[in-house]
Design a protein around this ligand. Sequence first.
Ligand code: CA
Length: 224
Amino acid sequence: MRILLVEDDEMLGHGTHTGMLQYGYQADWVKDGHSALEATKEHEYDAIVLDLGLPKLSGLKVLRQWRSDGIVTPVIILTARDSIEDRVNGLDTGADDYLVKPFDLDELCARLRAMQRRSINDNKAASANLLTYKNIKLDIAAHTVSCDDEIISIPRREFALLQKLLENAGQVMSREQLSQSLYGWDDEIDSNALEVHIHNLRKKLNATFIRTIRGVGYMADKEK
Ligand code: CA
């Protein structure tokens, strides 16, 4: 786990940095806001520990910059004991957690582990909503299909069909099974609707991975 520590106080920074290394983290230590922004341009971090009172550029400004640049790395802010306002501003700006100085290194590391677990769970949830085949992505939650990261307009029946095929990639799906995913919509399904939708999908996605299994139905190739 690679961590960026941003702390201008020499003693606190040194103690925290050394402690993190002892805990087995790969930790980089920078001492001002500009260096913090530079560091995240050069490396990808798993977590950031950010002091708010920093020279040159305040921690809050650095955090705001990261979030507006789309850097979503979990951030723990370090704040003074009496500054509730700092904590509130920090959390509102996009910090994930905070620690009040002086803090215990064991607690900091426990918070880092908890943050890491949360971000792994978030990633799992996001990938559960995503079905992919090579350059094609179907996002169930957003109800979008993209090809080479370009959103393709797909009617809802074709979307349902593609979802069914991708969910069962590598398995032959009978015409009946696939037709069922087309039902539930208001209007009637005519007998060759399935063929028409498959044809449209292949054309729109330039997709050769949807195979016709003669006499049975269709199958989406499984990505190797
Ligand atoms: Ca400081």
